[in-house]
Design a protein around this ligand. Structure first.
Ligand SMILES: Cc1ncc(COP(=O)(O)O)c(C=O)c1O
Length: 369
């Protein structure tokens, strides 16, 4: 890639103030802002909610939530790490993966060490970097909506990046950056730049191109991998997430994390993890079945979409999608916000089969209208 191409890449247009996902989801939830009974397909949540085992464990601990229960955390961390075949020294638990992502920003970026990330992607990491008055360099996705790993490496070297953020599968495109590209990226990381791989949606990806980056953590690379309990686990409101990294990297992130997570979330996780072998495959099969059904329906209707690998997908509306979003909301279906520069696309989270029936009806009215 030439210097000119790189400069054009880095300067790809994006609005200065993109509202983060969380801010938009909160706005959509304002009472009176949407019709009663609105189906929320805007925040990639799992309408199935916490597993029954997690609910029962939470009910039991509620009367005991007057205490911190600090003495339980060592074993809790060991159980969580073991559930991913990782070591407790590699693990950092946060209030949602948001907290560990934020800890990585504090630990690895600085006024002289920018963030380099793909674009468009989940914007919360960049929002923290920019709030700290630190630089963010955005690298557009490839034509296949995957990470341009060559450009990420070149720009990171040139900018002396402290951190590269890559979401795999990527939000909002629901695409997977192939394992060969991730391998190349890890092998070519410049200097001490840390690669932050956000795998919040990994459980929904069935393509052989999706490979967890845990193996690079185990191999001692400069890689931090995050996981969320908000997505397939259906515990978004409980706020639990995790990162795994070489113990020295985890140690650098740890001071930026807030204390322990809620004991209610701890017990929910322990309840769920004990039955993970049954819960996760069943959930994956159910959600991916609904997703496949929607893809087939869209294809039959002649509506283009990007092949999805997570619990949400991008539909090409064939024109500027922005005016269409309020029309969907006024009919009781709330899709995701628009994601510049993909202004012709609408992102929709996969809900229950009933949610998606309502979505199809409303979508078709608006798409045709
Ligand atoms: C890619 C990605 N990472 C992280 C998060 C944050 O999730 P949580 O803090 O609930 O784990 C989200 C939320 O939508 C997301 O889409």
């Amino acid at each position: 890639m030439t210097r000119r191409q790189l400069a054009a890449t880095a300067a790809a247009a994006f609005p200065a103030a993109i509202l983060t996902e969380a801010a938009l989801a909160q706005r959509a939830a304002v009472p009176g802002a949407v019709p009663a009974g609105t189906v929320f397909l805007n925040a990639n949540e799992n309408p199935e909610g916490p597993p029954q085992e997690a609910i029962e464990a939470m009910i039991k601990i509620l009367p005991g939530s007057g205490r911190y229960h600090y003495q339980e955390y060592k074993e809790f961390y060991a159980t969580v790490a073991q559930s991913e075949a990782m070591d407790p020294e590699q693990l950092l638990i946060g209030s949602g993966s948001s907290e560990v992502l934020q800890a990585a920003v504090h630990a690895f970026t600085s006024p002289t060490r920018p963030l380099v990330q793909v674009y468009p992607t989940y914007e919360s990491v960049a929002a923290v970097v920019e709030a700290l008055n630190r630089k963010v360099v955005r690298v557009p996705l490839t034509a296949a909506h995957t990470a341009d790993v060559k450009a990420l490496v070149e720009l990171s070297g040139r900018e002396n990046a402290g951190l590269i953020y890559l979401c795999n599968p990527n939000n909002p495109t629901s695409t997977v950056t192939p394992k060969k590209d991730i391998e190349w990226l890890v092998a070519n990381l410049p200097g001490d730049t840390v690669l932050l791989l956000d795998e919040a949606y990994i459980h929904f990806a069935e393509t052989p191109e999706m490979e967890s980056a845990f193996k690079y953590v185990k191999a001692g690379k400069n890689v931090v991998v995050t996981r969320s309990y908000s997505k397939i686990w259906g515990m978004a409101g409980l706020r639990a997430g995790a990162s795994y990294a070489r113990p020295d990297l985890t140690k650098r992130m740890e001071p930026f994390r807030n204390n322990v997570i809620s004991i209610v979330a701890v017990r929910a996780l322990l309840g769920g993890l004990a039955a993970a072998g049954r819960i996760l495959p069943a959930r994956r099969a159910r959600y991916n079945g609904v997703r496949r059904g929607l893809c087939e329906w869209l294809a039959a209707k002649g509506a283009k979409h990007i092949d999805p690998h997570a619990n949400f997908m991008m539909i090409d509306m064939g024109r500027d999608a922005r005016p269409l979003l309020p029309r969907m909301i006024s009919r009781g279906v709330a899709p995701g916000r628009h994601f510049p520069p993909m202004t012709n696309f609408m992102r929709v989270s996969i809900g229950t089969a009933a949610d998606m029936e309502k979505f199809k009806r409303v979508f078709w009215e608006v798409y045709q209208g």
